[in-house]
Ligand binder design. Structure first.
Ligand code: OSB
Ligand code: MG
Length: 366
């Protein structure tokens, strides 16, 4: 496939409500979109980097810079997604930037051949159960109201963001109010240390599905220690940036569950490697999220439909994030989202909406 050029487009998307985690509060999403243009089709990729390097070392301006300076110039004249993966391999890190480029090329290729992303990945489900990630709030009553609202909408599982000072009390309150059958899990975004193990063990009686990334991004050995000190299953997010990291985590016993985010691991091809590895080792998977627009969400739904994704993901409906999504909105149906079936990622931005949220565009000839 020959690539004519690539558009980098920055958009600004106000969130329906502030989203607070242990690393900061988001009120709007600063998104970099890639549009790969070929003679036969266009392909889209959403870069999941955030404006500040607080979740990981990547940030949107950095991703745009590495794309225009190194990654896009390294593309061969004729390329498919595997070729992109190979061409980008010499460059260290910058996985979110690489993932966006690989996804856009993959989308263009699949649109040309008429195959869906889901079929390409080996997905089996045509709809997936959805969870929702609930931010840190000012008070427990506000949190209970937010959770009640999401359960009314039909979400199949609730994830509570936690940090020191916002953990036992809110989690206990949610468990008590909504009962033992609620699928409930927590995400600390690396806010604790191994010294907090006795405190985290107090979550044990609350029967959580998992605790996500309790310790620092590079604390793989400490996560393995923690896993022997608490009964809540440990799930890794930030720590897993590649299939090699997943293999190390599994070998060490650092986690029994992995949150897979294609952006964090450098793309859907790497995400599929992690899927195959985890499945072979009986490690459960679920698809994470990075507050994506409909573009990133569509591709994530295809991933979440693969057979190893046995837990509900953070693949929530468009309205959980945005009053107006840039694609046709994804809407919950009995707690599920449908996996797109059209060629490529199966959705495209609505031009008028896209223009309204666009801050800047840049065209790079390949
Ligand atoms: O840790 O999973 C996370 C959002 C942004 C950055 C990191 C995380 C999250 C979420 C929300 O938890 C996931 C989503 O709904 O997209
Ligand atoms: Mg997380």
């Amino acid at each position: 496939m020959k690539i004519t050029g690539i558009e980098l487009r920055r958009i600004k998307m106000p969130l329906v409500a502030p989203f607070r985690t242990s690393f900061g509060t988001e009120t709007e999403r600063d998104v970099l979109l890639l549009r790969v243009v070929t003679p036969d089709a266009e392909g889209w990729g959403e870069c999941v980097a955030m404006s500040d390097p607080l979740y990981s070392s990547e940030y949107v301006d950095g991703a745009a810079d590495v794309l225009r300076r190194f990654l896009i110039p390294a593309l061969p004249a004729h390329v498919d997604a595997h070729g992109v993966n190979r061409a980008l391999r010499p460059f260290k890190g910058h996985r979110m930037a690489k993932a966006a480029l690989e996804t856009a090329v993959l989308d263009a290729g699949l649109r040309t051949s008429g195959e869906s992303f889901a079929s390409f990945l080996g997905a089996e489900a045509d709809r997936v159960p959805c969870g929702v990630s609930v931010g840190i709030m000012d008070s427990v009553p506000r949190l209970l109201d937010a959770v009640a609202g999401y359960l009314d909408e039909g979400y199949a599982r609730i994830k509570l963001k936690i940090e020191p000072g916002w953990d036992l009390a809110p989690v206990r309150a949610v468990r008590e109010r909504f009962g033992d059958d609620l699928l409930l899990q927590v995400d600390a975004n690396a806010a604790y240390t191994l010294a907090d193990a006795p405190h985290l063990a107090k979550l044990d009686p609350l029967n959580l599905l998992l605790i996500e990334q309790p310790l620092a991004n590079d604390d793989m050995v400490q996560h393995a220690r923690l896993a022997t000190k608490i009964t809540t299953p440990v799930c890794l997010d930030e720590s897993i940036e590649s299939a090699e990291h997943a293999a190390a985590a599994i070998t060490l016993g650092a986690c029994s569950i992995i949150n897979v985010k294609p952006g964090r691991v450098g793309g859907y091809l790497e995400a599929r490697r992690i899927h195959d590895l985890a499945r072979a080792h009986g490690v459960a998977l679920w698809c994470g999220g990075m507050l994506e627009t409909g573009i990133g969400r569509a591709a994530n739904l295809a991933l979440a439909a693969m057979p190893g994704f046995t837990l509900p993901g953070d693949t929530s409906a468009s309205r959980r994030y945005y009053a107006t999504d840039i694609t046709a909105p994804f809407e919950l149906d009995e707690g599920h989202l449908e996996v797109p079936t059209g060629p490529g990622i199966g959705v495209a931005p609505v031009p008028a909406i896209l223009d309204e949220v666009t801050v800047s565009t840049e065209w790079i000839t390949v």
